[in-house]
Design a protein around this ligand. Structure first.
Ligand SMILES: Cc1ncc(C[n+]2csc(CCOP(=O)(O)OP(=O)(O)O)c2C)c(N)n1
Ligand code: SF4
Ligand SMILES: [Mg+2]
Length: 357
């Protein structure tokens, strides 16, 4: 996954051999509402960064967090270096609403040694950013997309998002949502993502495992994370800043294995005693996601994982698979573009661009 030559160079020139702790990458105080589910995702991701650094030897400077716009998309900011906290922080950037995935995939194409993780809400990724989402999955860019799924537009005061369930009353849907909700899991699988999972921000341990596996996966990984918005996601009788919404979510989630019991009967007319769940089988994954959506329960866990599908970086040749399965990286970001060393090429380019009447 990582270029050994680059790793060796970086190790010589940085402090990447010194074990990290979560404190080293904990900087600014976030401005999320008390009780917001997003805290759980941030905490889980910090533990994952520490693990990837200490166990896989990923240098801290190789992590890049990319955010769109939204409460959730501020995550890169809370991971950034903070002089007052004296931490090291991660590189990252805020982009535009729904435009984070083109920046994230562009970063990866420029330097495939980077670990690029995009953080965006259900509005950011599945409304305005839907086309970028589909195409990033389709091209199998080797990045991780974390969707903060709270059914609302938190930052803009709680309008219904595309994942909002039918009849949900919000500021923009006073009589309840009329449209079908979008299911990020089914979309990601159909579009071509090669690792698709769903976690719950409250189940920190499981979420950490899913995020770690997603980042280690060579290909486009999507992790849809249920994250309660305590301020704007109000079920009947709910009040503002009401953590009772966690209880509502508890009643509307279930592990994949529980839902598979019903879903497998839909697959090729299998009987209830049909096959075990197969994480490499698209039909199994879609059946579980569909069954969950129909029954109003969001299945949790790893839905789909296939290896060996060429990534966008491999297709264009900047990540080259070696006979032993490792990848050799030819990072455009590290290419020598000096005029002196490339004079014949620049001459050729100038000639090609010359106006010829
Ligand atoms: C081009 C553009 N359109 C609309 C907005 C307004 N806007 C900012 S965040 C947001 C939705 C946020 O919802 P979501 O992505 O679900 O994130 P959350 O706040 O729920 O984490 C909208 C509509 C914007 N900033 N830019
Ligand atoms: S508005 Fe909702 S999503 Fe935004 S910080 Fe508050 S609880 Fe979290
Ligand atoms: Mg949202």
């Amino acid at each position: 996954m990582y270029d050994p030559e680059e790793q060796a160079f970086i190790k010589k020139n940085t402090y990447s051999d010194i074990p990290l702790t979560v404190k080293d990458i904990s900087g600014k105080e976030s401005n999320w509402c008390a009780g917001c589910g997003d805290f759980g995702i941030l905490a889980a991701y910090k533990n994952v960064v520490v693990k990837l650094h200490n166990e896989d030897g990923v240098p801290l400077e190789n992590f890049v967090a990319v955010g769109g716009i939204g409460c959730s998309a501020k995550t890169p900011e809370w991971l950034a270096k903070s002089p007052s906290a004296g931490n090291m922080g991660l590189y990252g950037c805020h982009t535009l609403h729904g435009r984070d995935l083109s920046v994230a995939s562009g970063l990866k194409m420029t330097n495939p040694n980077l670990i690029v993780v995009a953080f965006g809400g259900d509005g950011n990724t599945l409304a305005i950013g839907m086309s970028e989402f589909m195409h990033t999955c389709r091209r199998n860019h080797n990045i991780t997309i974390v969707i903060f799924n709270n059914q609302v537009y938190g930052l803009t005061k709680g309008q219904a998002s595309p994942t909002a369930h039918k009849d949900l009353v919000t500021g923009s849907t006073p009589r309840g949502v009329r449209d079908q909700p979008v299911d990020p899991i089914q979309l990601a699988i159909v579009a071509g993502a090669t690792f698709v999972a769903r976690g719950f921000s409250k189940n920190r341990k499981e979420l950490e495992e899913l995020l770690l596996a997603a980042i280690r996966h060579n290909g486009c990984s999507v992790v849809d994370v249920i994250t309660p918005c305590v301020t704007y996601h109000r079920e009947e009788g709910g009040k503002i800043r009401d953590t009772a919404i966690y209880g509502w979510w508890d009643e509307h989630i279930a592990p994949i294995k529980d839902i598979w019991g019903d879903a497998k009967q839909r697959v090729e007319k299998e009987s209830a005693a049909g096959p075990d769940y197969d994480v490499t089988d698209k039909l199994h994954a879609l059946a579980v996601a569909h069954e969950g959506a129909e029954g109003g329960r969001w299945p949790l866990g790893l839905f789909y994982h296939v290896i060996g599908v060429p990534t966008a970086e491999e297709v264009v040749g900047i990540a080259e698979r070696q006979p032993d399965g490792t990848l050799k990286i030819h990072a455009p970001a590290h290419a020598n573009i000096s005029v002196q060393d490339n004079l014949p090429y620049y001459r050729q380019l100038a000639e090609a661009l010359r106006y010829k009447p």
